[in-house]
Design a protein around this ligand. Structure first.
Ligand SMILES: C[S@@+](CC[C@H](N)C(=O)[O-])C[C@H]1O[C@@H](n2cnc3c(N)ncnc32)[C@H](O)[C@@H]1O
Length: 331
């Protein structure tokens, strides 16, 4: 009988894989990710505008090819790629081949110019952009037992947990290399990012020339949280992570471990500033001379502030990997 039916104990990786992407998985639901949480893509069209400007920089660096690829990796319902196409100058849009890579089905009303694929097209010449993908790549969770040994955390469909075997092999090596504090004290937890490293390396390998960017809530070697970050989301609220298909299951991303040689890691705040989003308020003088424009500018400034907020989206990491082109996000 299937593990889902029996409530069998499994590692978090297999449990979350089934809960998110199985036939009745959370990401198969009709409402899509936007029904449960807000990413930068949903927070403001300014985000798609910034990605459009990034694509234009990549286009310049590539020497304005006849066909410029834009890959929205883990596209949700295709909201980002749709917004980027709308924000591009007409001449660039006309040369752009737009792809949405997604495990869920194609929305019926999606722009016909966007090709919907289950994995990235080969030999991308352009930009592959993955917003909040890697945090949803399932991984194992480990906890240090009373003898100081990190053990796999096993979970049942109802979310109850117990400790399993000591972590071994490539997972133990990853832990020692990237999350050594997990060895420290009983009860400490870590999330083994190996499947994310592999997923990101696979996505980058699809880029023949251009840029790959992964954006996610992240931690690095000096900021790993001692008890991990595994959590759930449902209808806009954070919940306990229960692997029964009823909620999102997510954990922050060790983006430093995902980084391939030559990659650069910067905050969303810094990346968006480079792309022209600062969150600066309009001048008060505008309020008296052109009030309608002032109100519009104020709303835009509010959205920019959300995208760049300390303690919020601005702290997200941008892992930037140039492939055969110069760094187009340099100040
Ligand atoms: C948190 S949502 C992000 C959606 C969108 N990028 C955004 O920022 O609003 C994560 C999405 O990743 C998709 N996903 C997860 N693994 C994937 C994979 N290997 N290939 C394509 N899509 C994937 C899920 O189906 C889900 O729609």
């Amino acid at each position: 009988m299937a593990a889902e039916a029996t409530g069998e104990w499994r590692g978090w990786r297999a449990a979350a894989e089934a809960a998110l992407y199985g036939p009745d998985g959370f990401y198969r639901r009709p409402e899509g990710p936007a029904g449960h949480f807000r990413t930068s893509v949903h927070a403001s069209p300014l985000f798609a505008g910034a990605v459009a400007r990034l694509l234009c920089r990549v286009d310049e660096a590539l020497g304005r090819p006849d066909a410029l690829d834009l890959v929205d990796m883990a596209a949700g319902r295709g909201e980002l790629v749709t917004g980027v196409l709308a924000a591009l100058p007409a001449e660039v849009a006309a040369r752009t081949r737009a792809y949405a890579v997604e495990l869920a089905g194609r929305p019926e009303t999606l722009d016909h110019r966007i090709e919907w694929l289950p994995e990235p097209p080969p030999r991308v010449t352009g930009l592959l952009f993955a917003n909040e993908w890697l945090d949803n790549v399932p991984l194992e969770v480990v906890e240090v037992d009373s003898a100081g040994v990190p053990r796999l955390v096993l979970v049942r469909r109802d979310g109850t947990e117990r400790l399993g075997e000591p972590v071994a092999g490539a997972e133990a090596e990853w832990l020692a290399r990237w999350w050594p504090p997990a060895r420290a004290a009983e009860g400490m937890r870590a999330e083994i990012g190996l499947p994310r490293d592999e997923a990101w390396a696979g996505a980058v390998s699809a880029v023949g020339r251009g840029l790959a960017v992964a954006v996610d809530y992240a931690h690095t070697a000096t900021t790993r949280p001692p008890f991990g970050t595994l959590t759930g989301f449902r209808e806009g609220r954070e919940t306990a992570p229960v692997p029964d298909g009823s909620c999102d299951i997510t954990a922050h991303v060790a983006l430093d471990a995902c980084a391939l040689p030559g990659a650069r890691l910067l905050s969303q705040r810094d990346a968006l500033r480079t792309l022209g989003i600062t969150g600066a308020r309009p001048s008060l003088e505008l309020a008296t001379t052109r009030p309608a424009e002032y109100v519009r500018a104020l709303a835009t400034a509010g959205e920019a502030a959300e995208l760049t907020a300390t303690g919020g989206l601005g702290d997200f990491g941008w892992l930037v990997q140039s492939v055969g082109i110069p760094d187009v996000l340099a100040d």
